[in-house]
Design a protein around this ligand. Sequence first.
Ligand code: SF4
Length: 398
Amino acid sequence: MYNLGDQTYLKQPKFMSLATVAALSERLKSYCKNAGIDYVQIVFHGGEPLLLSKEYFKLCINLFKDTSPEIEFGFTIQTNGVTMDKEWYDLFKAHDVKIGISIDGPKKYHDAFRVFHNGKGSYNQVAEAVKLGRGNGLSGILMVMNTNIPIQEFYKELKELKVGNLNLLFPDGHYDKLPEGFDAVRFGEDDYTPYADWLIGLFILWKGDKNRPVIRFFETLIEMIAGEENVGNQAFGKKKNGVVVIETDGGIEVVDSLRACYEGITRNNLNIHENEISDLFEDDIFEVYYNAHDMVCEQCLNCPVYDFCGGGFLGSRYANDNGFDNPTIYCKDIIRILSFIQNDILDSLPVEVTAKMEAEKLVYSELIQELKNPPLIEIESNVKQKLISFKQPAVLCT
Ligand code: SF4
């Protein structure tokens, strides 16, 4: 994200002051009271949150709890793991903070992306932190998918690090900044699904492993296929996107990964020192993000797997010339992986069971063909206009 469309973070303070945390705690208290919310998840994210002191975290957590004892808080920290040691693990364990470490695969691949200022890769330190996390409270690791990593090598790495819980993310990107895993020449071909092909390889290894780790990406899809309600996230399903980002200066914003679209797209004039959290509902980009699985393009509205996909993550739908009025760049990959998993599940169940399920076998080529049929459902013109309104602001040359 920091290397894509937006550099506005450079103008912000490096750290959030405790005065800003206190202001946020007060705003949360009133927001939750008015909205009837009794659970809030706080995610310490960065940049790198462990650049702060241990004392800071203690004060911070206590501020939230003391300001609003009536709210149940779930705390999570997402770190690059470089400075994660036993003392940090003990501190987070004592305060019931879930810990996620970001790692990008085996050393060769991780070190290509995650480097120190001196250009050296951070793999060795991060792998040590992951190993230390076993039995010390590490909740899981987060990886961005990299289709260059041979799948056997990737799975071997998971086993060697003894990863118990993995979440996978599609790389940030959009139609005018395709992630590296896509070949720009082949992108758009009906049978071109590099991410799904990679995921299918992983799914087969994972399913055949008796001591398999939790892989949230697969489990979310399986839960949806099994008909569980209220399942999903910003990349899948039909749930509202209820994530708000508080910047170090107190800015109240939509999720920061949208900054991969263009400079300043997430910025507004809202700040926790002057505004209520609910003011964010007046922000156009937040409105679209919050309702992203309802505010979709016409192709998605007519898609046979819309209920599973929900149009994908908003940022990955972006194109300079028509904003968010597109399916996600991962559209075909999602159709392919979903079909594969659904068919695999149905094949592994007795006919008596599948007969009672609503799910039926999916044929990838037929689903792709259906997307080309004339739409039966028309997109509302105000939704379409809103989606398009985020197209790249024109640059005037004089
Ligand atoms: S699979 Fe493609 S067309 Fe269907 S909802 Fe997802 S992004 Fe839209």
